[in-house]
Write a protein that binds this ligand. Structure first.
Ligand code: 5GP
Length: 190
């Protein structure tokens, strides 16, 4: 997606060879116009599937998922929670995700009220790195007996191999910007 690549080049900051900081438009300040275009593009790529829910993970996935959902017909967004909140239903699907950016493992949870066995779920997230977050979300969909029909990623870091875990599950993966390498502050797209 050209406009996304241009924005990453202009505003993204590579930290070493592994991390891309995109606080300017995705992870802290949000470029709503760009996210709208991202939503349209996900609709173009997944529109032929009968999607009944969009599932993401808090916090950065929520805006992307909501702006994507506008282009689908009455499809709710559900987000997995990272913290055990006292007001979260006790009856939850749960999986573990290891974050290499934070170097810790945490649980993600979704109330059983919001995914059911008939759901066809599109998973959306900001980044695909080692595939742990997306795999954890797929696991939650499987626990519900529902079907993960796609994974939509804004920025994939191809060199961290997360795509293997998604494709091994036979789930369609669509990444709108694919980064081959980060080098000396430079972003090389695939
Ligand atoms: P994975 O689970 O695929 O290893 O990593 C994906 C998750 O880690 C995403 O939800 C994202 O929040 C975070 N993440 C991974 N790599 C980066 C990165 O280079 N930049 C930012 N901002 N977040 C990242």
């Amino acid at each position: 997606m050209k406009i996304l690549q241009e924005t990453i080049r202009e505003k993204g900051k590579a930290i070493g060879k592994e991390i891309l900081k995109v606080d300017n438009f995705l992870n802290h300040q949000i470029d709503v116009k760009l996210l709208n275009e991202i939503g349209k593009e996900f609709k173009r790529r997944f529109g032929s599937k009968e999607i009944t829910k969009i599932l993401t993970i808090e916090a950065s996935g929520i805006a992307i998922a909501c702006l994507t959902a506008q282009y689908f017909d009455n499809v709710p967004v559900v987000f997995a929670k990272k913290l055990e909140a006292s007001n979260l239903d006790q009856d939850v699907y749960e999986s573990e995700v290891h974050s290499f950016t934070k170097n810790k493992t945490y649980k993600i949870r979704v109330s059983k009220n919001y995914i059911n066995k008939d759901d066809k779920v599109l998973i959306i997230d900001d980044f695909l790195a080692h595939g742990k977050a997306a795999s954890g979300l797929i696991e939650i969909v499987e626990q519900a007996g529902a079907k993960a029909v796609g994974v939509g990623i804004v920025i994939e870091k191809y060199f961290q191999n997360g795509r293997k875990f998604i494709l091994d599950k036979n789930v369609q993966l669509e990444s709108l910007a694919i980064i081959e390498s980060l080098d000396n502050g430079k972003v090389n797209f695939k």
